[in-house]
Design a binder for this molecule. Structure first.
Ligand code: ZN
Length: 253
């Protein structure tokens, strides 16, 4: 058994939403540009991805008002190449959830098995009316895709832990990765809270499946962060994103 040797953040470009979507009901009328990225884990068991960013064509078709900005190199194949890998090198991908900005690159990873919560797949295939736009990208659900449906908390590989953190969506997972030689594990809460400010105030995103579960999940992530002394990564905050190391740079010993 051996843990991950590195973690890289793959930049997927950015989009714009209203501040009230970042902190539920607060700050209406203020547009905010937010980053989208995915996480590449180098592990002795093989390359694992957590989320795959968004597909520019899908956003332009279904959510053009989010003003997507994504270069060719910010597409998943370009980002993997920048990190020194090809799309066929990835053996497993986990989707924190199946919103369009977390699964848009799945279709490029033909060899990888998709690990996703069983309830998330059910919901994304048959969303409630208010979830239809969030689940607008269905390209993850193609005939060649092989799925491993999960439930509860799961340790996917040595040092790669998934925590079921529902609320934002029904089958939402957060990720904690132990990297060989790094003092602190890395914690990716995905969309449990979008920004440091939202997290500090227990403010979930305006978009959620179950707001009560959402607040519980923010508190659960705080407990996990404390218990593991983890370094927290926020998913959709441009200011902190600019301080992160991006591929080809890596979080490694
Ligand atoms: Zn989401």
């Amino acid at each position: 058994m051996a843990k991950a040797t590195s973690v890289r953040l793959l930049d997927s470009g950015s989009c714009v939403i209203d501040q009230s979507h970042i902190t539920w009901n607060v700050g209406c009328g203020t547009p905010v540009r937010f980053p989208v990225y995915s996480v590449l884990i180098e592990h002795p068991d093989g390359l694992i991805m957590f989320d795959t960013g968004y597909d520019l064509d899908v956003v332009n078709e279904f959510l053009p008002f989010e003003l997507p900005e994504q270069t060719e190199q910010q597409r998943l194949p370009g980002q993997l190449e920048l990190a020194g890998f090809g799309t066929d090198d990835v053996v497993a991908m986990v989707n924190s959830h199946l919103h369009f900005d977390h699964c848009g690159g799945n279709k490029h990873l033909g060899r990888a098995t998709t690990f996703v919560h069983e309830l998330e797949v059910r919901e994304a295939r048959s969303p409630e009316p208010f979830e239809v736009l969030g689940y607008a990208d269905r390209s993850w659900d193609h005939a060649g895709a092989s799925f491993e449906l999960l439930s509860g908390d799961v340790t996917l590989a040595d040092g790669v832990h998934l925590f079921h953190t529902p609320g934002h969506t029904i089958g939402h997972y957060s990720l904690l990765v132990e990297v060989e030689g790094l003092e602190r594990p890395l914690l990716f809460m995905a969309d449990v809270a979008y920004t440091p400010d939202a997290y500090a105030r227990d403010h979930q995103a305006g978009f959620h499946h179950d707001p009560v579960a959402g607040v519980r999940s923010i508190r659960r992530v705080k407990r996990i962060a404390r218990e593991w002394n983890a370094e927290i990564f926020f998913t959709h905050d441009m200011e902190v994103f600019r301080t992160y190391k991006l591929a080809p740079d890596a979080y490694a010993a």
